[in-house]
Design a protein around this ligand. Structure first.
Ligand code: HEM
Length: 279
């Protein structure tokens, strides 16, 4: 990117932030009306409550603010990369999202969106997309080479579904292929993907992995989400039975510290992640 382009980007960030909700709402409407297949990748319930719509476009604006030194955002990008790889986001998706972002900026800014400005935003987005595609390629490669690892979605069967007295239900999930499953660390999660007939869409939902890694199966705790339309958790609780199949992403999330089979002797904190030391 040229120095002039960086200046232009920084000058428009405040304007775009002021119109943040307008920009992000417009952006997502555009994405979902033109590329409706992406509704299978996003959790549409998060869009109804307005939580997610801000995240993607706001992250792009935060990047633009730090265009002189994007390295300050690396740990954030790494966290987003984990999220993306657990949802099977691929490089071709970046092209689609970039197209909608630039068109949205143009449509929201109107005549203020000169060709020079749009070129600058295109260059900024491409730079960010390439950074993220690189981070995600490394994460996918690591997932693939881990024993029992995989990328994208792997079919699992519900082996058991056990409710506790607090109303939560633990699901025990075994891979349909009967092969090993990869280990995970404290704080990691995986996404469960279910077909939701009322939406005619696949929908993902993240669940934290809390028990010990065992190489054979995963267990997740599912809590009811009262009144939430299109809730994957409610469908798991009400409709999914032992013997049914689900798609799972591989464990993801920063802080991949092995969950121990023995209690730790030392517990310290480093960079916000719980650290355990084996005796
Ligand atoms: C430079 C481009 C992108 C940026 C800066 C970005 C940023 C973000 C951020 C900040 C989050 C929230 C992370 C969290 O909750 O921890 C997120 C989530 C997500 N992103 Fe991206 N993203 C980008 C590109 C993409 C692309 C190309 C796709 C694929 C279509 C995508 C799909 C998603 C999905 C599905 C989620 C989870 C949202 C949900 O729960 O529904 N993102 N992204």
């Amino acid at each position: 990117m040229t120095t002039e382009q960086k200046q232009l980007i920084k000058a428009t960030v405040p304007v775009l932030k002021e119109s943040g909700m307008l920009l992000t709402t417009h952006f997502y409407q555009r994405v979902f009306s033109i590329n409706a297949e992406l509704k299978n990748t996003f959790n549409m319930a998060n869009h109804q409550n307005g939580r997610q719509p801000m995240a993607l476009a706001m992250a792009i604006l935060a990047y633009a603010e730090n265009i002189d030194d994007p390295s300050v955002l690396l740990s954030t990008l790494e966290r987003i990369g984990h999220k993306h790889t657990s949802l099977a986001v691929r490089p071709e998706h970046y092209t689609i999202i970039g197209r909608h972002l630039i068109a949205s900026i143009s449509e929201v800014l109107g005549t203020a969106a000169t060709p020079t400005l749009l070129d600058a935003w295109t260059a900024a987005y491409e730079q960010l997309a390439n950074l993220m595609i690189g981070i995600e390629a490394d994460l996918y490669a690591a997932q693939e080479t881990k024993p029992g690892g995989w990328t994208d979605w792997r079919p699992f069967v519900v082996n058991a579904k056990i409710a506790d007295t607090s109303g939560n239900t633990t699901f025990y999930l075994y891979p349909v292929d009967g092969e090993r499953v990869t280990d995970y660390g404290s704080g990691q999660y995986l996404n469960v993907r279910l077909f939701m007939p009322e939406l005619q869409l696949f929908q993902p939902h993240p669940y934290r992995l809390e028990s010990l890694s065992n190489g054979l199966y995963y267990s997740i705790v599912v809590k009811r989400e009262p009144g939430k339309l299109g809730s994957v958790s409610n469908r798991l609780l009400d409709e999914v039975q032992p013997g049914d199949h689900l798609d799972l992403s591989a464990p993801a999330g920063v802080c991949p510290i092995p969950i121990l089979t023995e209690p730790p002797t030392v517990v310290a904190h480093q960079g916000g992640c719980p650290m355990h030391q084996v005796p």
